[in-house]
Design a protein around this ligand. Structure first.
Ligand SMILES: Cc1ncc(COP(=O)(O)O)c(C=O)c1O
Length: 952
């Protein structure tokens, strides 16, 4: 019996919106007796879980926090000088409190509804400006998952650019030996399936010929040396290749920019701009390139456009390039990225400004020089002639050093038995330098003699000293007091609708409660300050969380093994398909290269399949939204000898639990293929059924949907995969754990620190609460459906007339009857204070509503009231009471400026425009721009802050 009142833990009632009274009235509105009856009617018996998940009962919020504190105490935060892509940094408190820990920022969705997302769009435009300025490149995106995958995206982009035809004539990429090892590993994973040949070597002795499409180098390199690549870049260009330069963003304040060096793509991480290491993430990687590549760039690009009144308005540009449109023609599967972290990094820059950043970089460099002088004075051999923040010591007894350093909790990077590197950062103090000097004195048996010789520029080659200006735009030069900064952040926040305003019912995105208690531990230093390559004995707390969370995720999926490495759902797809591909190769079935994908699948599915070297064969859906069994059988049999896998979303993206799923999985297995289940809709499964139950072999979970990680305005996310025994041996590895095979992310546990959120979510709800959450997600969707079906046609339902956790409203008929399109309804919802549901996915001209379990009845009613009021307006257009073109839908959304203007020439009232229902009068959310003009933005692509003159 699924019941709200009998499950003990207090958090269940905090997480689930409806109370028991509301539950009863919602059930009667649907015409059903109990939640059990609803679930029995909705989830086919044949797939129901027969035994409960082995997950302990929910804890109270207080107890859960105490327990996470205790586990955190098992982590030892040592003095870190490891570097290798992760650095100590100081998050300005004003940013920590007002962005990182502020639901107004972290519960936003990806800015698809630009009119209510101008704040984060502006901040992301600042991010792009920051990156283009510092890299000296023409255009930058906002943003990518981590440095290693950004490098892999760059590799794929230039590979495709150079090899335009089907026949690859330039398959080789030169990889300099001195790039970070985790980057090499991800490049290796990503290169092979698409036919790229990696050739590793020393750039100085390399021989680049016409068989290379490019080269990848790092600046400063993995050992900290600043190399002058200008000649090498020239050589690669002459051979017809392109150059990817991985750059350290802080060093670029002192070093000649990649653009000035004539690199073609610059990538890197912005972590050290105020984003904690968090045992590997989340952090925003950057990707900047020359203008000629702008249409092939992966990820999100923010651009400047105009609104219906001709005012400046921002939006996501070139959306048609994105994987969800390009599908199997896409060359990248990036969807969720790292928006929140990009916002934090750029706010760090806004706060410090160019002068402040340079000061930080100069101090780090000066401390490094100071340490260098001291170490050399005791006879140690420091190999880097030119460096920014990293020294490289050769001819030392690394084993002894490690022993001595471990005793005093100092972490260094041990390159091999006789060399080590030491990296300093913004948090390094004079005391740290003394401790390091003492450590080496002990190792060396000699005292240091050098005094601080002061800051000199001689450790940066004169030819590479930066002379070009950067970050001159006012935004980087005015918000330097805390008051100004706090207000700037607030001003932007006010422009954006997040979950702290109203429900965001995005189908397939599961915008549920991200409870404050789940978020709090992410900021605790015992978790946030951990370096991902810290020695294992220091990370016992994290290991415990990872083990327990993996077990719980296996319980919810019905599988036996889990990898927490993928950084997003799409990365999970990639990793899952990688296990399938490796499994086939292992069984001498490498020819199995066909993946069947239903037409209703999310665009990342075919994009990931192609990136994994599979050929996509699209399967039709029947008029009821189910996979067309006839078409599936025909295509599966046609390709049976080469069938690699089926990718299926369950319940389907149409919001239906297909009865045939077991037969479908059986058919694929009989023909030698495996089944990949896209777990984006797991919020309809947890506790009731599972991917294992339906017969899948592997699935990914969007922890940023089902398991309460907030969407952060377009990331972070986590997409762990769970697999059965067959696939377990092929899960992603990592160099740090001694086996780099199939690595898909830079860090072993991806964006590890946010795993705490999902861990906390599961701990708070327990098995019973998780199951109940699923049931309420289904109840809430069916309640809304029961109210709205009296007005709108609902597409697809299960055989008993119920939907799963989401449902689709068909708006296509209104195009002919009233000239109204889905976009008009979406924009009109903004006038009622709501974010539109998912638009035109999986069916064009529709909206898909997913309320989640966390919304209470009154909020569901308000949303239904808004949609019903919009329906009445459409009827008024149909019957001529409202004008066909000058009506509240076509002109939506209405800004304060428009409504309060002296003139009002519309054929409806201001009251109707801005305050159409009772609850809007009590609390009004104003969009700051009117409807954004999409085509204008793409035709006149501007992707950085415009010069100040343009505002005048
Ligand atoms: C069905 C489905 N699959 C995959 C994804 C991709 O997940 P992510 O955005 O985390 O990469 C999404 C994202 O919304 C989705 O809805």
């Amino acid at each position: 019996m699924l019941q709200l009142d009998t499950n003990g833990a207090e958090f269940i009632k905090r997480h689930i919106g409806p109370n028991s009274e509301d539950t009863q009235s919602m059930l009667s509105a649907i015409g059903i007796e109990s939640i059990d009856e609803l679930i029995n009617k909705t989830v086919p018996d044949i797939i129901r879980s027969k035994k409960p998940m082995q997950i302990p009962p929910g804890l109270s919020e207080f107890d859960m926090l105490q327990s996470l504190k205790k586990i955190g105490e098992k982590n030892i935060i040592a003095s870190n000088f490891i570097g290798q892509g992760y650095y100590g940094t100081i998050t300005p408190s004003v940013i920590l409190r007002n962005i990182f820990e502020n639901p107004g920022w972290y519960t936003q969705y990806t800015p698809y509804q630009a009119e209510i997302a101008q704040g984060r769009l502006e901040s992301l435009l600042n991010f792009q400006t920051m990156v283009t300025d510092l890299t000296g490149m023409a255009i930058s995106n906002a943003s990518l998952l981590d440095e290693a995958t950004a490098a892999a995206e760059a590799m794929a982009m230039i590979f495709n650019h150079v090899n335009k035809s089907e026949n690859t004539t330039q398959p080789k990429l030169f990889v300099d030996q001195s790039i970070f090892i985790q980057t090499k590993d991800v490049l290796a994973t990503r290169a092979q399936p698409i036919g790229i040949e990696l050739v590793e070597g020393d750039y100085q002795s390399s021989k680049i010929d016409a068989s290379y499409f490019g080269a990848i180098i790092q600046y400063p390199n993995s050992k900290g040396s600043i190399e002058d690549y200008q000649q090498f870049i020239e050589t690669v260009h002459q051979a017809g290749g392109m150059v990817i330069l991985i750059a350290d963003i802080l060093a670029l304040t002192l070093l000649k920019s990649p653009g000035e060096l004539n690199a073609d793509v610059a990538v890197g991480n912005t972590q050290r701009f105020g984003v904690p290491m968090g045992f590997g993430g989340p952090h925003a990687a950057f990707f900047a390139t020359k203008d000629e590549f702008k249409r092939g760039m992966p990820g999100r690009l923010i651009g400047v456009s105009v609104d219906a009144q001709g005012n400046r308005a921002l939006r996501m540009a070139l959306q048609t390039r994105e994987q969800h449109i390009k599908r199997e023609k896409a060359t990248s599967n990036i969807c969720t990225a790292q928006a929140l972290l990009a916002n934090m990094a750029v706010m760090y820059t806004v706060y410090h400004g160019p002068v402040g950043l340079k000061k930080i970089a100069t101090r780090v460099h000066a401390l490094t020089q100071h340490l260098d002088q001291q170490l050399q004075s005791m006879g140690l051999q420091q190999v880097n002639s030119f460096y920014f923040d990293t020294l490289h010591l050769a001819n030392i007894d690394a084993a002894l050093l490690k022993k001595l350093a471990t005793e005093v909790e100092i972490n260094l990077h041990y390159i091999n038995n006789s060399s080590v590197s030491i990296t300093l950062d913004e948090t390094t103090s004079e005391k740290d330098i003394q401790n390091l000097v003492q450590l080496f004195e002990k190792l060396n048996g000699k005292k240091a003699t050098a005094l601080n010789a002061g800051v000199k520029n001689e450790n940066i080659p004169a030819s590479l000293l930066r002379t070009s200006p950067y970050l001159q735009h006012p935004v980087f030069n005015i918000h330097h007091s805390e008051t100004q900064m706090m207000r700037y952040i607030k001003q932007l926040e006010n422009k954006d609708l997040a979950l702290n305003t109203s429900m965001i019912s995005l189908g397939s995105c599961t915008m549920k409660l991200n409870a404050a208690t789940e978020m709090i531990p992410v900021s605790w230093p015992e978790y946030s300050s951990m370096h991902p390559f810290a020695p294992k004995h220091q990370t016992l707390g994290y290991q415990e969380i990872a083990k327990e969370l993996s077990d719980y995720l296996c319980q919810t999926t019905g599988f036996t093994a889990c990898s927490l490495q993928p950084n997003s759902g799409a990365q999970g797809e990639y990793a899952g398909l990688l296990t399938i591909r490796t499994y086939h190769q292992h069984n001498q079935q490498a020819h199995r290269n066909i993946v069947l994908i239903p037409i209703s699948a999310h665009g990342t599915n075919p994009a990931s399949a192609v990136m994994m070297g599979f050929k996509v064969v699209v399967v039709a859906c029947d008029p009821a939204g189910n996979i067309d069994m006839h078409d599936l059988k025909e295509k599966a049999l046609l390709h049976k000898d080469n069938l690699g896998a089926l990718m299926v979303t369950y319940p389907s993206t149409h919001g239906v639990f297909e009865e045939t799923i077991i037969d479908i999985c059986g058919l694929i297995h009989d023909l030698g293929g495996l089944v990949y289940m896209d777990g984006a809709n797991m919020n309809a499964q947890v506790g009731l059924t599972s991917p294992g139950n339906i017969g899948a072999d592997v699935c990914h979970l969007n922890l940023h949907k089902t398991f309460a990680i907030p969407h952060g305005g377009g990331g972070p996310g986590m997409g762990p995969i769970c697999v059965n025994d067959k696939l377990a041996p092929f899960l992603p590895g990592h160099s740090f754990n001694g086996n780099a095979k199939n690595a898909v992310s830079a860090a072993p546990l991806g964006s590890a620190s946010i795993l705490l959120i999902s861990y906390a979510y599961i701990k708070l709800l327990g098995a019973a609460g998780l199951e109940l959450a699923t049931a309420y997600a289904i109840l809430n969707a069916n309640y809304m459906k029961s109210r709205l079906e009296k007005f709108y046609p609902i597409l697809y339902a299960g055989k008993n007339g119920t939907c799963a956790h989401e449902f689709i409203i068909d708006l296509r008929p209104f195009k002919t009857s009233a000239g109204i399109e889905a976009e008009d309804v979406a924009k009109r919802l903004i006038d009622f204070g709501f974010h539109a549901p998912t638009m035109s996915f999986p069916v064009a001209g529709t909206i898909m509503i997913e309320p989640t379990e966390s919304e209470d009845k009154s909020e569901l009613d308000r949303f239904c009231d808004a949609l019903i009021a919009i329906y009445e307006e459409i009827k008024s257009i149909e019957n001529g009471e409202l004008d066909k073109t000058d009506n509240p839908l076509k002109n939506a959304p209405h800004t304060q400026k428009v409504v309060c203007a002296d003139e009002w020439n519309h054929k409806y009232t201001r009251q109707q425009a801005a305050f159409p229902l009772y609850f809007v009068q009590q609390s009004k959310f104003w969009p700051t721009v009117a409807r954004v003009n999409n085509t204008h933005g793409d035709r006149n692509l501007i992707c950085t802050c415009e010069p100040v003159a343009s505002y005048a």
